[in-house]
Design a protein around this ligand. Structure first.
Ligand code: G3H
Ligand code: 13P
Ligand code: ZN
Length: 311
């Protein structure tokens, strides 16, 4: 099966009350761990590549890894640019075979965000590629863009209709309290997404797919393993999975997860070296790390996204 766009996936997810997982890929073991889980569970999949991942692994290597996953799994897979920060980067990914791009101009003023998003949409649609845009800003680090604590802003529902109709974007990432990385909420506070904002956005955009970034849950057991074996991750706290499940049952069709895969992989590697200090064959520590990613993705597909059996 060739790469697909997210259009059909999102239409089915919206009507079916589930969401598609968008997992970040950086190397072969990550691609394999994710796609093995999705393949066994017959879950449609979005593999996403950040600017940093592309710089790290090389566009061609990433494309070829994803092509291999298509052959091995025969799943509907969408290849997506995560947090494209310029028209040129989006164009390069579109020309280079991606089926979906995100233009993230959410840090720019409203009118500027509209202009750059519209320009990307015009180019992308001409080539059969879909576009995700963003309104509102999340705290945390998105590639080179760091939004300081307190500087994030929830999406303003009164802006979404004008934004979507003027840009022609295919999906919209909104800010309702999620954030990037492992430190999403202050320790001691009760994490709570703004479902009132999500509901109002959905009311204004009936049938339109909404995206949640920064949706790792940061399971304490993985933080504990990392800390037990020499790490130092104080006060890490993520989005409760029951809130993500609720969002998936509403208009949220795409849920972005990266940090949880990093945690699973790093915890596995730290544990491996603590137990096998003499190992120096990368296969010995990357094999369990890949299995840890697979287990994490399987859990997300079944317990959070609800997209198992939907491929
Ligand atoms: O939202 C950002 C993603 O987690 C990608 O992170 O820019 O470090 O590859 P990265
Ligand atoms: P997390 O850092 O919560 O995994 O979010 C990833 C993300 O939003 C990628 O765009
Ligand atoms: Zn993101």
């Amino acid at each position: 099966m060739p790469l697909v766009t997210s259009k059909e996936m999102f239409a089915k997810a919206y009507n079916g009350g589930y969401a598609i997982g968008a997992f970040n890929v950086n190397n072969m073991e990550i691609v394999q761990g994710i796609t093995e889980a999705a393949g066994e569970l017959r879950a449609p999949l979005i593999l996403q590549v950040s600017k940093g991942a592309r710089a790290y692994a090389n566009h061609t290597y990433l494309i070829k890894l994803v092509e291999a996953a298509l052959i091995e799994t025969d799943l509907p897979i969408c290849l997506h640019l995560d947090h494209g920060d310029s028209y040129e980067l989006c164009k390069s990914c579109i020309d280079g075979g991606f089926t979906s791009v995100m233009i993230d101009a959410s840090g720019k003023p409203f009118q500027e965000n509209i202009e750059i998003t519209k320009k990307v949409v015009e180019y992308a649609h001409d080539k059969g590629v879909v576009v995700e845009a963003e309104l509102g800003t999340l705290e945390g680090i998105e590639d080179e863009v760091k939004v300081e604590a307190g500087q994030a802003s929830y999406t303003r529902p009164e802006e979404v209709e004008e934004f979507v109709s003027r840009t022609g974007c295919d999906s919209l990432a909104i800010a309702i309290g999620t954030s990037h990385g492992a430190y999403k909420f202050k320790p001691g506070t009760k994490p709570q997404l703004r479902f009132d904002v999500l509901e109002e956005v959905s009311r204004r955009l009936p049938g339109f797919p909404i995206v949640l970034h920064g949706s790792s849950s940061v399971p304490q057991e993985f933080v504990d393993i990392i800390n037990k074996y020499g790490g130092d991750m104080p006060g890490a706290i993520g989005v409760p999975e029951d809130q993500l499940r609720k969002a998936a049952s509403m208009s949220v069709c795409k849920i972005n997860i990266d940090s949880d895969l990093r945690l699973a992989m790093t915890a596995s590697i730290r544990k491996h070296f603590a137990e096998h200090p003499g190992d120096f064959d990368p296969r010995q520590y990357l094999k369990p790390a890949r299995a840890a990613i697979k287990a994490m993705v399987a859990h997300k597909i079944v317990d959070v996204l609800g997209c198992d059996g939907k491929a």
